[in-house]
Ligand binder design. Structure first.
Ligand code: HEC
Ligand code: HEC
Ligand code: HEC
Ligand code: HEC
Ligand code: HEC
Ligand code: HEC
Length: 337
């Protein structure tokens, strides 16, 4: 190889090396503008850390918590968070399924049911740890009934959907590399994180305790990990964040379109969630889910005493008495009802 070739090679390599930082800068600029157009406020990502790529913590299970917290136990068994997935045995949904001719052939395999008053889904164990097959046909009730027909005739067991598209919000402790969950339904860990046992002496050591006074952005990250049903994980592409643990900043991994247009396109339930979270992460509002909702007693009594605010009008009508409300029907592309 001649001298001039070596020189030319050197110059080309030098140019290439010099271009890398510019290309990176350019990419960064582009993603900032894209984010702004998508309505992702930069401020949502300016604090905290996350658990992307780390193992699911070895958390204390609900049975252990309830051994001491018996007061919580009395309402916990009826709490929707604990009931979102339950054993199929003797459930009223299985009884309904038995009445649908085409569906009855699946009953012997169904081990779990999932869902509430609008839709029920059916699941069975697989031979893989922490994974379930989801029956493709749903049983629809109430307002969802007209939207999607029950179609058990063509139904199949699907192994790919639950772990990648549902588990992060309906099960506990999902490992996004294997799509395996640690526990069915939603355990204390999903909201309270993994408190050390010395929280019994000092309650600031457990999330959501009275003494701790978690900030509004911590609270909306906790509830938003499941109740924002329009986000996408930057690291996995799933509709739920990668290994979120209480205390994390949800929006480091979850990409959300915060635009007015997006909020207005949603039903009042999904809209008031997104609107509330946006107010907290962009304007520093201190009104959170917990200003209105009591999770353990499952009520919204406290919301009626709040001062009027733009958020109220996702459900009420401006200039009209509060007894007037938009119908609160809910549909969700992510949950497929
Ligand atoms: C981003 C979190 C998230 C993901 C992902 C998710 N869900 Fe949901 N799902 C929720 C929340 C939150 C609710 C409760 C909404 C409410 O009551 O307003 C819910 C409710 C439901 C319901 C109950 C509807 C009713 O009221 O009867 C069903 C059934 C359901 N989801 C199925 C699924 C299925 C199947 C998947 C996967 C294909 C899935 N969901 C994925 C968060 C999620
Ligand atoms: C869906 C989220 C969520 C889950 C799951 C959850 N909690 Fe809570 N918990 C809360 C919130 C929020 C508060 C704070 C009370 C408030 O401000 O409404 C709370 C408060 C508490 C308190 C304080 C007592 C009180 O009434 O203020 C205890 C004790 C508690 N939770 C225990 C548990 C145990 C034990 C489990 C599991 C069996 C559990 N929680 C599951 C959200 C949750
Ligand atoms: C060994 C018994 C024990 C276990 C196990 C235990 N706790 Fe506690 N916890 C206590 C005691 C005692 C207190 C302080 C007194 C109180 O407020 O009830 C407390 C306080 C709390 C509080 C704050 C209550 C407040 O005043 O705001 C929360 C929330 C809580 N625990 C949640 C949990 C969760 C979630 C688990 C499981 C991960 C758990 N605890 C496991 C005994 C226990
Ligand atoms: C890990 C996921 C997850 C987290 C975290 C979570 N939720 Fe939920 N939540 C759900 C799902 C799923 C349902 C629907 C369960 C069902 O009916 O099948 C639900 C139901 C609800 C409901 C309706 C309850 C009812 O009685 O019909 C309210 C209100 C609610 N959640 C508020 C909250 C608040 C406030 C927080 C934060 C403190 C929170 N949730 C945290 C997943 C979650
Ligand atoms: C300004 C008060 C307010 C705030 C803030 C608020 N909510 Fe609500 N939310 C309500 C009211 C009121 C309802 C209607 C409850 C009813 O049907 O009785 C509701 C309904 C819901 C439902 C549907 C409950 C059901 O019965 O199906 C869910 C889920 C929910 N909220 C979650 C959240 C979450 C998560 C946040 C925080 C990001 C939040 N909300 C913030 C007032 C509020
Ligand atoms: C997610 C929907 C939702 C949001 C957001 C909401 N409300 Fe409500 N509101 C309801 C529902 C549903 C009822 C009726 C159920 C009940 O009484 O609990 C109600 C009832 C009320 C009532 C009692 C009205 C009557 O005469 O029956 C008042 C007052 C009220 N809301 C005030 C507010 C204020 C103030 C805000 C904002 C801070 C707000 N609401 C936000 C859904 C909502």
């Amino acid at each position: 190889m001649g001298k001039s070739w070596r020189l030319r090679f050197l110059v080309v390599s030098l140019i290439a090396v010099l271009c890398v930082p510019f290309a990176l800068l350019e990419r960064q600029n582009r993603s900032t503008t894209q984010a702004q157009e998508g309505g992702q406020p930069a401020v949502a990502q300016t604090w905290g850390s996350n658990h992307v790529g780390k193992p699911v913590p070895d958390y204390i299970t609900g049975d252990e918590c309830l051994f001491c917290h018996r007061g919580i136990g009395s309402t916990w068994q009826d709490n929707r968070h604990q009931l979102t997935m339950r054993k199929a045995f003797n459930s009223p949904e299985i009884a309904k399924l038995a009445e649908i001719g085409e569906a009855s052939r699946f009953i012997k395999d169904i081990q779990f049911v999932m869902g509430n008053t609008r839709q029920t889904r059916f699941l069975r164990r697989t031979d893989k740890y922490g994974q379930l097959d989801l029956l493709s046909a749903p049983l629809t009730h109430g307002e969802a009934k007209s939207a999607k027909r029950n179609s058990f005739g063509e139904a199949v067991w699907d192994s790919d959907v639950f772990g990648k598209s549902c588990a992060g919000c309906h099960a506990t402790g999902v490992d996004n590399r294997t799509h395996a969950f640690s526990a069915l339904s939603l355990d204390c860990f999903t909201c309270h994180g993994n408190p050390s046992l010395d929280h019994t002496e000092d309650t600031t050591k457990v999330a959501l305790s009275k003494a701790r006074g978690d900030s509004a952005r911590v609270v909306v990250s906790i509830c938003g990990q499941c109740h924002i049903r329009t986000g996408k994980s930057r690291s996995t592409g799933s509709p739920f964040a990668n290994n979120f643990v209480t205390g994390d900043n949800l929006f480091l991994d979850l990409d959300v379109n915060w635009s007015d247009g997006k909020i207005q396109s949603l039903n009042p339930i999904d809209a008031h969630v997104l609107h509330n979270v946006r107010d907290v992460v962009t304007t520093g509002s201190t009104v959170t889910c917990l200003s209105c909702h009591d999770v353990h007693k499952a009520g919204t009594k406290r919301h009626k005493a709040l001062a009027d605010h733009r958020l109220c009008y996702t459900c009420h009508t401006p200039g009209k008495p509060k007894s007037e409300r938009r119908p609160l029907d809910v549909h969700s592309d992510v949950c497929r009802y």
